[in-house]
Design a protein around this ligand. Structure first.
Ligand code: TUI
Length: 309
């Protein structure tokens, strides 16, 4: 096995992050069409909505694509059946343990790539027969774990025999090469695709990513079980200020975050919305087609020269 291109039959060893409310049929098909592996980010969508997205994607590409299941969603179980009905070849999971679904996905011939935030979780899932693990560092956007990509990837590489896909903080050819140097056999990218021409988010959201600097992201929700990395704005500042107050209730904090991702994605409200993005936002400088983003990332890398065979 050289890398995940063998598993996915893609031109590039690059998969797309399953960004909730963002990774719809347009982004997913665009990524698969240019030689990456696109995924529909099912987020909190219900089964019918995800089915519609799958059908629309099939009209836009004859390449393979997958579905990401956000395991905290109340619709996760229904979508776990849908991917079988729709003969989706690859499922990635996030924000939880996919254990209860693994047997039926494996019986249906679906390849499973769970996001893991630790070595122990990666080893547990390898024993249960998953095909690869996505090792996501805390540099990533959205819901995150504690450890960095740079430290966690090689530790998981040492601990498991299945391919490791590195995620979190990768936005150009240098990140791709760094991931392969650490022993990864593929990468997952999210933030750098937010500004893709084909990414269906509001222009204000894209502009916030383009304007972001190294220090522009912060983490909300560290007090809950769901820390979330976002670009600093009024919502994030208000949240973190409120946290410093004594006896602040979860309800008060949730008032700020409820529906906030949709406000940023669809309404372009970059003041009170959650602009989820990773620390690599500081590396993202322009809006350009998915084809250009993936070509630049791959063609300039040592990976493309066969250095990591
Ligand atoms: O899931 C993501 N990123 C996400 S999901 C999302 S939607 C959301 N919005 C607000 C609050 C919460 C979610 C936005 N971004 N990335 C994959 C990921 N998975 N990151 C961390 C994990 C993870 C964490 C703990 C996976 C497994 C885990 O533990 C499982 C266990 O049972 O021990």
């Amino acid at each position: 096995m050289t890398d995940i291109r063998d598993l996915l039959h893609t031109k590039y060893p690059i998969i797309q992050g399953g960004m909730a409310n963002i990774a719809d049929h347009r982004l997913c098909a665009a990524v698969s069409n240019v030689g990456g592996f696109g995924l529909i980010g099912s987020g909190a969508w219900d089964k019918d909505r995800v089915k519609e997205e799958i059908r629309k994607t099939k009209k836009l590409t004859n390449k393979l694509f997958g579905v990401n299941i956000m395991l905290m969603s109340p619709h996760a179980k229904a979508i776990s059946d849908l991917v079988i009905e729709e003969q989706i070849p690859v499922v990635t999971t996030g924000a939880g343990n996919p254990g209860i679904y693994l047997q039926k996905w494996q019986d249906a011939g679906i390849k499973v790539f769970p996001v893991v935030p630790s070595v122990a979780f990666a080893k547990r899932l390898e024993k249960k027969g998953v095909d690869a693990v996505i090792v996501e560092g805390t540099e990533a956007g959205g819901h995150i774990g504690e450890l960095t990509t740079f430290t966690l990837v090689p530790q998981v590489v040492d601990a498991v025999s299945i391919p490791v896909i590195a995620a979190g903080g990768i936005a150009d050819y240098r990140g791709l090469d760094a991931a392969f140097s650490l022993g990864a056999k593929g990468i997952q990218i999210g933030t750098v695709l937010l500004t893709a021409t084909e990414c269906p988010i509001h222009d204000n959201y894209k502009e916030s990513v383009v304007k972001a600097r190294d220090t522009s992201t912060v983490v909300t929700g560290r007090n809950t079980k769901a820390p979330v990395r976002v670009i600093k704005n009024k919502m994030a500042r208000d949240y973190l200020t409120l946290l410093k107050k004594e006896n602040v209730s979860l309800e008060e904090l949730e008032k700020l975050t409820l529906g906030s991702l949709k406000r940023a994605v669809f309404d372009g409200d970059v003041e009170t919305g959650s602009i989820m993005a990773g620390q690599s936002a500081g590396l993202v400088k322009q809006i350009e087609p998915v084809q250009v983003i993936l070509d630049n990332m791959y063609q300039n890398s040592y990976v493309s020269k066969g250095v990591f065979q």
